[in-house]
Design a protein around this ligand. Structure first.
Ligand code: FES
Length: 586
């Protein structure tokens, strides 16, 4: 943005072929909303508000947005709120991931098309923060991410409950017959009792911590509970920071860099964070031409300790993490491993931030680097003939006795097949078998749902079997746990080797070698491949967004972004900027 660029309401004019007429008409219509002539001269901070009646995690946004507006006004800007798509995790079918890219496009285009000089992004529930970061990165207007903050925990008898690790824990007990119908109904009403995102280090909390580490959210804001007064203060501070960036713009492309992305991977590993976050971080970085390689993830994982004792891996909840010192404490422990010259939306470097007094740190929740919970990071990428482009295992949430193991595959060809047979008393399955789910990747009919946490068959869970190796091209909720290999790429629906596995095959997992191998000879695999035919409806036989998604979604190792949303070098973007400056329609 240069001094001469139009600001506020004069940015990006609607095209009537007469610039002055466009300004006159816009001011006239803006006046109809009660703005005075003086106010219309102010620079504008847009507030992308993803409130929705279909998003419980954003229930408090109507209150929160008022505090953002106050901050913008204090910073000298004019706050103007606008809606975008919202993605309430459990209210979307087939899965919220399918719509993440749609929300990112909505966010990007509304930032670009409407007259604003900076923007505050209000998100929180799983896919909303990645979508907003992706959109903001592509729009590259100064932006501050404000997250919803986590829910508070609740109680059931003597037990503390937090969505959604405890949702799964009690559902597993219910399936095993340890919890009655009445009890599960009672628990259902107590799992999620306040506004905010899931109360554990699931995807939403992981992405909030990543947004803060990248520098896109204000320091210290990731973990503040949704209902805490500090959350309201963080909203005011975010609005203020966005308004201040108008005169000293710091663009997402200056904040999200190779170094800050690497810092974010370190934090993801130290948190024992969600496997979903690696997909989202890859997509956010990809919008700025930054590659997240799974080989590099493994290097960083080997030298980054797990420090945070939160569910689903550990025993505490997000509110404990906040009171224990939050992200500031984690970053201080990781300091020797981090790039300290990265800059946040405040203009401060990470090194400067970490010079400040750390305050109280509860070592029961956030371990020191000298005495980590685990010496190595929570996630590991696996490669081999079953996953030539990689797969992910959350080793911090897995049973280490299963890390070096060969077993017999029991294959489910789809989610429908899984649902139909997993609890069949006649299912031929033993505790040391390896469960395989096919056709649940990004291009499959199910759109890569969080179904990688295959239920332990009832005939085994009722006998006390708690974990088995499970392999799929699906995702897993950040709140889940188990020895679960996810994101196998390429996926089965496009003919990846996962599609060629048959019940009875042998599979070998080696976490120490980071390998996942299908022990079937090449000639047999070639024979199976020649018989394989795709089982998905081709893009050209679909319509609308479903068609766009089917034709454009990339594989998990590419962040499941759309290919056309990645940066294009050269003319198109340049032409677009030029036309926007002239106030022409693009
Ligand atoms: Fe929104 Fe879990 S349902 S973060």
């Amino acid at each position: 943005m240069s001094e001469d660029d139009p600001k506020g309401f004069e940015r990006g004019l609607t095209n009537y072929g007469d610039k002055d007429f466009s300004v006159y008409l816009r001011r006239s219509f803006a006046s109809s909303m009660g703005y005075s002539r003086e106010v219309l001269k102010k620079p504008i901070v847009g507030i992308a508000n993803s409130f929705s009646g279909f998003n419980n995690c954003h229930r408090h946004f109507p209150e929160l947005v008022e505090h953002v507006k106050r901050g913008v006004l204090l910073g000298g800007g004019l706050p103007i709120e606008f809606p975008t798509i919202s993605l309430g995790e459990v209210f979307l079918s087939p899965t919220s991931l399918k719509f993440r890219n749609l929300m990112s496009m909505d966010t990007e285009e509304m930032i670009r098309a409407q007259p604003m000089d900076a923007v505050v992004l209000m998100g929180g529930c799983d896919k909303t923060v990645p979508a907003q970061l992706m959109g903001a990165a592509s729009a590259d207007l100064p932006a501050v991410q404000l997250v919803a903050g986590p829910m508070m925990t609740s109680r059931y008898g003597e037990e503390r409950l937090g969505a959604c690790t405890d949702c799964r824990r009690f559902w597993g007990k219910y399936r095993a017959g340890e919890v009655s119908d009445d009890q599960i109904n009672d628990i259902e009403g107590r799992l999620a009792t306040t506004s905010g995102t899931c109360a554990v280090m699931g995807t939403a909390s992981t992405m909030a911590c990543i947004a803060e580490t990248l520098g896109m959210a204000l320091p210290g804001t990731a973990a503040i509970p949704a209902v805490h007064a500090d959350r309201l203060r963080s909203a005011e501070a975010s609005g203020f920071a966005a308004a201040r960036m108008i005169d000293n713009p710091i663009r997402p492309s200056e904040v999200i860099t190779q170094k800050s992305v690497e810092n974010a991977i370190r934090v993801l590993l130290a948190l024992g964070g969600s496997t979903n976050a690696i997909i989202h971080l890859t997509a956010v970085a990809g919008r700025l031409g930054i590659t997240v390689s799974l080989e590099r993830l493994n290097q960083l994982s080997d030298e980054t300790p797990v420090l945070v004792n939160l569910k689903p891996v550990g025993s505490h909840y997000m509110e404990d993490f906040f009171f224990a010192g939050g992200m500031g404490a984690v970053l201080r422990e990781l300091k020797p491993l981090l790039h300290l010259d990265t800059v946040s939306v405040t203009g401060e470097t990470l090194g400067d931030r970490l010079e400040q007094d750390p305050g109280y740190v509860d070592r029961r929740v956030i371990a020191s680097a000298d005495e980590p919970l685990e010496p190595q990071g929570g996630l590991v990428a696996l490669f081999g003939n079953l996953a030539p482009r990689g797969a992910i295992l959350k080793r911090s949430a897995a049973d280490s006795t299963l890390f070096e193991k060969e077993g017999r595959a029991v294959v489910f060809t789809s989610l429908e097949d899984l649902a139909a047979r997993v609890d069949d008393p006649d299912l031929d399955i033993r505790p040391d078998d390896i469960m395989v789910l096919q056709n649940s990747g990004p291009k499959s009919a199910s759109g890569m749902p969080e179904s990688g946490y295959l239920p332990i068959p009832k005939k085994l869970s009722s006998k006390g079997v708690k974990d088995m190796i499970r392999i799929s091209d699906a995702r897993m909720s950040g709140t889940a746990f188990g020895t679960i290999v996810l994101h196998v790429a390429p996926e089965a629906a496009v003919g990846g080797p996962l599609a060629l596995v048959r019940t009875g095959d042998r599979i070998r997992l080696s976490v120490s070698d980071k390998r996942i191998e299908l022990l079937v000879d090449d000639a047999e695999l070639a024979r199976r491949r020649s018989d394989w035919t795709p089982d998905i409806v081709p893009a050209e036989k679909r319509r609308g967004y479903d068609r766009l998604y089917a034709s454009e979604v990339l594989q998990a190792d590419e962040g499941c972004d759309f290919s056309f949303l990645q940066p294009v070098a050269g003319a198109a973007e340049t032409d677009r900027s030029a036309s926007e400056k002239e106030g022409r329609l693009r």
